[in-house]
Design a protein around this ligand. Sequence first.
Ligand SMILES: Nc1ncnc2c1ncn2[C@@H]1O[C@H](COP(=O)(O)OP(=O)(O)OP(=O)(O)O)[C@@H](O)[C@H]1O
Ligand SMILES: [Mg+2]
Length: 458
Amino acid sequence: MKELILPRPNPKQELFLRDRHRYIAFGGARGGGKSWAVRVKAVLLAFRYPGIKIMIVRKTYPELRANHITPMRTMLGDSAVYRDTTKEFIFPNSSVIMFRHCQNDSDMDKYQGTETDVLFIDEATQFTEEQFMKFKACVRGVNSFPKRVYLTCNPGGVGHTFIKRLFVDRAYNLSERAEDYSFIRSLVTDNSALLESDPDYVEQLKALPPKLKKAWLEGDWNVFEGQFFEEFKNDPSHYSDRRFTHVIEPFEVPESWNIVRSFDFGFAKPFSCDWWAVDYDGRAYLILQLYGCTGAPNEGVKWHPDKIFCEIARLEAEHRWLRGKRITGVADPSIWDRSRGDAIIDFADRHGIYFEKGDNKRISGWMQCHYRLSFDGSGMPMVYFFNTCRAAIRTLPLLSFSDANPEDLDTSQEDHFADSFRYFCMSRPIAPKKTAAPLPEPDDPLELNKKRYDRFSY
Ligand SMILES: Nc1ncnc2c1ncn2[C@@H]1O[C@H](COP(=O)(O)OP(=O)(O)OP(=O)(O)O)[C@@H](O)[C@H]1O
Ligand SMILES: [Mg+2]
């Protein structure tokens, strides 16, 4: 067998490679060299203990292939054979590295009889505690090989709370022993290889909205609390200059700008239909909104779906910003659902209102909303809301984080406009911007007077 040459670990990865605890968590931020450490440790164990069984788990197969199987094939060359049918590397010394994925609870049933000596769960916060417990139960075997569970993690995700409890807060129940658990914190700044090869990656993390930046760049586990769109600003003193505010006075929308209609529907809940004008820089303006309720008693307008689309069609025929325009539509994909009888989309079709299915990837959708809301160097965001769109500017600042999945928002709230905003953003994704420092707070009276003067001078 040829000699296998592995790149040098950085100091944090070295700690991970040498750790001997039963449960070892690594990372806690983005880009800290976690997946790399998983691959290298698995290969080192395979060589060190002939006959050992190792399992690497990730949520989806494409992620497994991209993050582990393909790079490991390159790393190993002909030092081990990869069997695609069983998704395993077989080593000449009989060691095995198995790759397994688990997208939902039913996938777990496949792994009930599986035995492994060492388990790696990459991106462990993407798994629920119950899924983690089931995977953990696979670590068994009557042999002298080490029995260990390695986890990599970022703050956020459905597993945030239990990973934080075990490895960050170190709060144990009677069946857990504190001395079994070890956490090695690794930030992107610890990953010198990535800093050298892709300095832009750090810039991208710095451009995240403040809470995500604290979580993914600084590895802070306590940030997912409070207002979901904390960056949302409704500052009337900047309605005219449009700096550091998202809400502005309406203006006449130029004829040539594109109009996009986004739509979220709720059964017996509010619906939100939103018209966005998009300028030549791709900056979006929420110019008009139709917001109401489809059924729950005593809650505002209660419209049958037919009435909603009738009104949308009327507005598009009559409103001076909309009439005669080619309007593209994007909507909540659930309106194509026929399991409850007529699909809502059929009512829309009857009124000549057409939509594409919105991309419903929630976390990347929220990221797009955050990217649009973030201010550039001169205080301009990529999305504005006319102050006449009252439901939008009322509901956005009320939304808070979900306890179950801290990267998401709590869906029991009035999130219908936010969902419609998300479908719109996903229909025109943008790259993150470098964020600006906020305007200095005017603390001396002269400054305050100047600000007031600015406000009334338009
Ligand atoms: N010691 C090392 N030597 C050479 N390259 C490395 C080393 N550690 C990490 N890298 C490279 O740095 C990049 C990021 O590492 P990796 O994918 O392991 O990070 P991660 O923490 O898993 O990131 P993410 O949070 O996005 O999942 C990859 O291209 C990886 O191959
Ligand atoms: Mg990774």
